[in-house]
Write a protein that binds this ligand. Sequence first.
Ligand code: ADP
Ligand code: MG
Length: 568
Amino acid sequence: MKPYALQVLAVLVLVFLGVSADLYLPTLMSDIINSGVMKGDTAYILQVGLRMLLVTLGSLCAAVLSSFFSSRAATWFTRDLRRAIFERVEGFSLHEFDKLGTATLITRSTNDVTQIQMVTVMILRMLVMAPIMAVGGIIQAYQQDKALTLVLAVAVPVLAISISVLASIAMPWFKKIQAKVDQLNLILREGLTGIRVIRAFNRWPHEEARFDRANQDITKTYVTVNRMMAFMMPIVMMIMNLTSLSILWFGVRRIDSGGMQLGSLMAFIQYAMQIMFSFMMMAMMFIMVPRAQAAAERIEEVLAVEPTILDPKEPQKPSGAHADLEFKDVTFCYHGAEKPALSQVSFHAKAGEVTAVIGSTGSGKSTLIKLIPRFYEVSSGAILVDGVDLRALRQEDLRAMIGYVPQKALLFSGTVAENLRFGAEEAPEAELRQAADTAQALEFIEGFSGGFEHRIAQGGTDVSGGQKQRLSIARALARKPEIYLLDDTFSALDFKTDAKLRAALKERLKGATVILVAQRVGTVMDADRIIVLDEGRVVGMGKHRELLSTCPVYREIAQSQLSEEEIA
Ligand code: ADP
Ligand code: MG
């Protein structure tokens, strides 16, 4: 049983006790007036008065405790919900991220969860309280005076109908708000992440107007909704007051004719108020629940997504020392894409060899790299590591073998050393230096005021693109993996650093499997194998010399970059 199930039970019991006490009080009061005050029996008044005091105290305690437990149960529940969402999202492959979108994942695990938390607290208390109070109140009122109950038979339906009419008008607006919050978040996010571009192109006024529109839009919706809600209160109050008035009107007549006692009339009015109040609570729930329902549906959507990439039940262990990598007829299609990003790609990258991938932008180079750590699942075909299908390995074991340097270098806030230790927490200082040295990063790291302890700002905004690339190469090197995936990591480097880095890497990467994506022919020239990609297809494979004579696409790329003498 979940830990909060017990608390929910406690809330239900407490609410029940509290409502019973509240329903008992008017009867006691009626007794005091009818049998005490009217007959001048002070002892009786004191005795029943004391009972009233105790019952009130009991009701108070029940209210405080039920508030406490319901708040706690709701917060615990939403904590677990957030955890569930986070764990689910963690298991997502990039495919699922593409499908849902990051912005909405954030709103769903913060905003929507809070909505649910608020409503859970309310429901826990009101869902039990309202019906008990309504039914109990009606029974008690009926016992006080049967004839007057007829007034309630008119007043309660009138109240119920007016509230539901108002609520049904307001409801669609509540649903609209959710979508508008999403829209506002999206614009805000774009404005913040794209701030440089927006400034450079002088688009602030445009962005401001766009934000303003969304902001105004959401404000208007809120105002409309609140206006409708504001209507509700006076209408309800009017109905309640009219009801009291009618009860008094008819009640006084009944007292005159001797059919009713004063105490019963006063108790009756109180019961009438309790009954109407409980109907109001029910109406509130009808308003709140659909809002929470919208939030719950959005969360459910996230939780219902089954990650496409799962660990096998009986995983095989990777052999360890080296890693041959083989693509067998691999085809891959992105979510929603019309044609595959990779078609029937086959090659064999042996341990100790450098396999270079070259091709124009959008030819599928990064896609090919991303399939190896299983960020995405191949649509058909297979990728083998040492003859074992990737899908037979645990993702953790697979990724432990890989040093991945993404095309867009990403650093985390923290020191240089912390960033380099990202995939190798235990790496000693000397190894960090070595990795940095190979990545041609040592020089500028030592130029920082704190050296390896220099703090990198959030998102690595204080280092240049080329420095970021070299730090992210060093991060991969520090891990000492069997497979290196370098996705266009030399693009921001000058030719001299590029050459020095490649020479140093050659030494360092001996024995490892290297897949290297590059734009420059100069970078791939001395690879053991060059794969030429064009629109997701392999249009050439071999060494530089062979490709120059056999592969027109490669020759074209070479001709655009190298001089005639270099090619010849
Ligand atoms: P390259 O790295 O060679 O420049 P990519 O592998 O990044 O090319 O992209 C290959 C193709 O796949 C491109 O047409 C690109 O538009 C498409 N693509 C890349 N990433 C995604 C994605 N997340 N969702 C849909 N299509 C994508
Ligand atoms: Mg790319």
